[in-house]
Design a protein around this ligand. Structure first.
Ligand code: KIV
Length: 289
């Protein structure tokens, strides 16, 4: 086998569970297609740094998304709109470095692909070459079909994102549920079919009625990844800071919090500050002789 030919492990789609079935190489688009065939549901989490991504990788999360939600969940912006390509490249490279097994998908941020398919290709190539991600995600159904087609033809795996598309927050006037009513449902179905037809390997369905998300899932051959799409999608994604209870204030209705990290971390910081104030830290065991 020469240096450029794939190893036997790379050549095989996992036929067992995505959890533990693929542990000697990264998860690929073929593994995700095989999971849909088996009817196996899988999870995706966002990640924005090497440390947290490593924890999720070790926990067996098969796909990590370097979402442009980094804007409001990691970088202190109000929305995803200000996030730049340079920021996405830096965060994505950190997530790739911190992981061994998960497929890493990176968002193309607002303004980095809407001008033309050529612009989308230029910036997807940056994420793959400079950060080392395995796939990119972009928002839009029919409106992004030509860009998806060009990227896929060029060898870039594309995850599409339809329904509520947060980069359009200002045009939408907030984050309203999408796909309601006959016309909304028909548009969502058209968008889903358009991205599949263009070659996307999976599609995120955000904030759409559960029944409609299940219907789209049945009609598509590619996996659907729900966030606020109910239980009928092939996979689920959550923003990690929401999932782990790090987010301040209210979280969306579709979030389930699996920990209360904000309280745990705040309590630890307060206890440390108090120990320093009282002289309890550092103690003899923390000091050199
Ligand atoms: O940026 C992000 O985190 C996302 C998820 C909400 C799917 O796009």
């Amino acid at each position: 086998m020469n240096a450029s030919s794939p190893s036997p492990a790379q050549n095989q789609a996992s036929t067992t569970s995505l959890y533990g079935g693929v542990n000697n190489r990264r998860v690929t688009v073929r593994d995700l297609a095989a999971a849909k065939q088996r009817g196996e549901k899988w999870s995706m989490l966002t990640a924005y740094d090497a440390l947290t991504a490593g924890v999720f990788d070790e926990a067996g999360i098969p796909v990590l998304l370097v979402g442009d939600s980094a804007g409001n969940c990691h970088l202190g912006y109000e929305t995803t709109v200000p996030v730049t390509m340079d920021q996405m490249v830096m965060l994505s490279a950190a997530v790739v470095r911190g992981t061994k097994r998960a497929m890493i998908v990176a968002d193309l941020p607002f303004g980095s692909y809407q001008e033309s398919p050529a612009q989308a290709m230029h910036n997807a190539a940056r994420l793959m070459k400079e950060a080392g991600v395995g796939a990119v995600k972009l928002e839009g159904g029919e409106r992004s079909a030509r860009s998806i087609e060009l990227l896929v033809e060029a060898g870039v795996p594309v995850m599409a994102h339809i329904g509520l598309t947060p980069q359009s927050v200002h045009a939408l006037g907030g984050y309203p549920v999408q796909g309601r009513g006959d016309e909304g449902a028909h548009q969502l179905l058209r968008d889903a079919k358009a991205v599949q037809q263009s070659g996307a390997f999976a599609v995120v369905l955000e904030a759409v009625p559960a029944e409609l998300a299940a219907q789209v899932t049945e009609q598509l051959a590619i996996p659907t990844v729900g966030i606020g799409g109910g239980p009928g999608t092939d996979a689920q994604v959550l923003v990690w800071t929401d999932m782990a209870g790090m987010t301040a204030g209210r979280v969306p209705k579709f979030v389930k919090q699996y920990a209360d990290l904000r309280t745990v971390l705040g309590d630890a910081a307060r206890a440390y500050a108090e120990d320093v104030r009282t002289g309890a830290f550092p103690a003899a065991e923390h000091s050199f002789r």
